[in-house]
Every structure is written in C-alpha cells, then in structure tokens.
Write a protein that binds this ligand. Sequence first.
Ligand code: NAD
Length: 355
Amino acid sequence: MFVYRTNRFFWPAAHRKAPSDETAFLLVPACPRASSSRKHQASHMDTPLRNLAVIGAGAMGSGIAALFASKGLNVVLIDPVDGALDRALKTIERQLNVYAPAEVQQVIQRIRMEQGLEAAAASDLVIEAVPENLDLKRGIFAKLDALCPPHTLFATNTSGLSINAIASAVQRRDRFVGAHFFTPADVIPLVEVVRNDDTSEDTVAKVMATLRFGGKRPVLVRQDIPGFIANRIQHALAREAISLLEKGVASAEDIDEVVKWSLGIRLALSGPLEQRDMNGIDVHYAIASYLYKDLENRTEPSDLLKSKVDSGHLGAKSGQGFYTWSPERRERVLREKSAALGELAAWLNGKAGGS
Ligand SMILES: NC(=O)c1ccc[n+]([C@@H]2O[C@H](COP(=O)([O-])OP(=O)(O)OC[C@H]3O[C@@H](n4cnc5c(N)ncnc54)[C@H](O)[C@@H]3O)[C@@H](O)[C@H]2O)c1
C-alpha cells in the first residue's frame, strides 16, 4: 500500500506526528544509497552542507527550498521580482499541506525570504533556479562569486545550458556543478550532478551528500554534454513519438497508451541497459540491425512541432496541444499526477532498498 500522504518528504514514521523539537526535522533520507552510506565510517563526505541559498523562487526554486527546509537545513530563498516571494510562500504552503499546520510553520520558519543576493553570503551551498538564460545566470554567479566566502559551493539547476559556459563567470570553477532537478522538485528523486571541466572531487562529494540528505538520488554526469542524460533520452523518445503521430501511425492517445503501459511501467524498475541485458544483447543487436535505419533521425524539430508552436497550441497551459485541456482538467491532472508520482517514488525507493 502506498504511504505517500504521510511520506511526501520521506518523513520517518517515528516523527510523523507532532514533532516536539527541532530534531524531528532531521529526517532519515529515503534514498537507499544514503541509508547504506551510514553503514561505513562517517566522514565529512557524508555530511550535508547545512546553510543553503536558493536563487529564484519560481516553480523549481520554491520546491527545492521546501525540500531542504523540511529536512532541517537552513534555507534562504532569494528573488528580487515583485510578488515572487509571496507566490513562492503560497506554493510552499500548498506543497507542505500533507503535514499538520504546526509542522508546516516549523518548516517555513527555516526558509528566510530575501530580495537581495547579499543574503546568500553566509551559505555553504547556493542553488540557482532563475529563468533559462545564459547571460542572466552568468551575471548572478559573477555577483555571488564576489559576495560569498571561498568555501561556498555553487550549483545551477539549468535544464541544458552548458555548465562550463555558466561556470566561466566565476573564479571558483572547481567549486561549481550543475544540479539538475526534475519537476516537481520536491517529488522526483533523481538529480543529475554535472561536472564542469574543473569541478573538484570534494565539491561533487559534498553536493551529493547534501542531495542524499534531502532524500534525493543524485547521479554524476561526468561530461558537460547538451541535455545531460535524462533530456537526451526523453527527447529521443519524444522525437520518435511525434514522428509516429505525424505519419498517422496511431492517435496521440494510443501512442501514449503504448508507452505508458509497456515501456513506461517496465522502465520504472529496469533502465534501458539493464532491460537489454534481460532481453539478450544478441536479440537487441538483431533488431537494431534492421530497425535503426527506419527510426526518426531528423536534426531539427519536426513540422508538426513547429506548427503547434506557431499556432499557440503550447499544451496544457494554452488549452490545446496534442490534447485539449480545460483549466479544471489541467489543475486536476497536475494535482493527481504529482500525488501519484510521490507515491510511486516512495514505493520504488522502498523496493530498491530491499533489492
Ligand atoms: N520547470 C521545470 O520543469 C524545470 C525542470 C528542471 C530545471 N528547470 C530549470 O530551472 C530554472 C528555473 O525554472 P523554473 O521553472 O523554476 O522557472 P520560473 O519562471 O518558475 O522561476 C524563475 C524565478 O526566477 C526569478 N528571477 C528572475 N530574475 C531573477 C534574478 N535576477 N534573481 C533571482 N531570481 C530571479 C523569477 O522571479 C522566478 O520566480 C531554469 O533554468 C529551468 O530551465 C526547470
């Protein structure tokens, strides 16, 4: 049975009800690798950085701030845009609504809201989540580089900009990584930690330890390549799906149905490489030998994709995409899928821990 409603931030059973003091927020990380790491001798590499700053209080920044504050870390959330922090507070309260009001207040008290970057100066780790614009991100990091003490580590949540290009704005390139969270940031366990060419081992270890403490499953991406790992695979899949739709092979509903109830359900337990091993690599080789030449391999977005963008059919947010969306349907699907994903992630974490 799923236990998501009481476990969204992987609240340990012993602390689920009315925590009496601060220690109630020092949660046991749900990530099995984090739990097993406690078996070996503790070192500074296992210790999370305790004072975090999150720059940008939008969809990602508010989720990241709520996540770490719920684990007992001190967070300053910084956004200079008028109204952004008020909106973030409402988002965070909604994200935390699985807890009793007193617990929610204790978490929120750990998040200091500020408009100026100077507030990041006392932090051990700064996570940037401002809009996806290279010049904006570089400008913010250049200012932070001047404001923060040498020990402060920097992380950018860019979806796909070059980590080297962003890191070249600072002197401390050895203390700079990509930390690519997935949306909703407080629910999806994986974080891609991406090196730039100068990132030190110590930086990677400390950022990974902090993410694990936050209940995340960080994976190191050793090269700064466009799209990192997840977006490359996601776009390869979407390019083929859109191509199949464009060719009239099946309806959008049926293409999604095929992926969700065959590959999707299997991928939750076995990645594509483990699955190849289970199927037999010779079998994969034989199929690849005739199928690859027929797969979509265009290097520009398809005409169908371009026409949707040109006509303003941008998906759920505009009411029309591959499907038709009413505001009520969008709200309901977002709410229900977010809750179901949290349940699934918690269940899978339990399964992975037992294997
Ligand atoms: N939304 C996603 O699905 C997703 C997933 C992974 C990564 N990302 C990446 O995370 C980053 C943020 O995305 P988002 O979806 O949260 O965007 P968003 O638009 O929801 O939030 C961005 C926030 O940054 C603030 N901001 C603007 N200028 C600023 C400045 N100079 N200093 C500080 N804050 C400033 C805005 O007020 C806003 O609150 C982007 O790089 C994005 O590519 C997004």
